[in-house]
Design a protein around this ligand. Structure first.
Ligand SMILES: [Zn+2]
Length: 57
């Protein structure tokens, strides 16, 4: 089984159902960071995303 890194935006927002999922953690963080900045206007650091938002599935 390969682990994937996942950001489920539903945990942050009631209205957004965006999901990032990648086997590459760096890629998942990058995509999540872009999404949070563009859609939610939140500038999160990679550390914040890894700590608070990314799940391993
Ligand atoms: Zn979102």
């Amino acid at each position: 089984m390969v682990e994937a890194h996942k950001l489920d935006c539903e945990s942050v927002s009631d209205t957004c159902r965006f999901i990032v999922q990648s086997e590459d953690e760096d890629e998942a963080v990058e995509l999540a960071k872009n999404h949070m900045a563009e859609i939610h206007g939140q500038e999160l650091t990679s550390e914040e995303l890894r700590d608070k938002h990314l799940q391993i599935v």
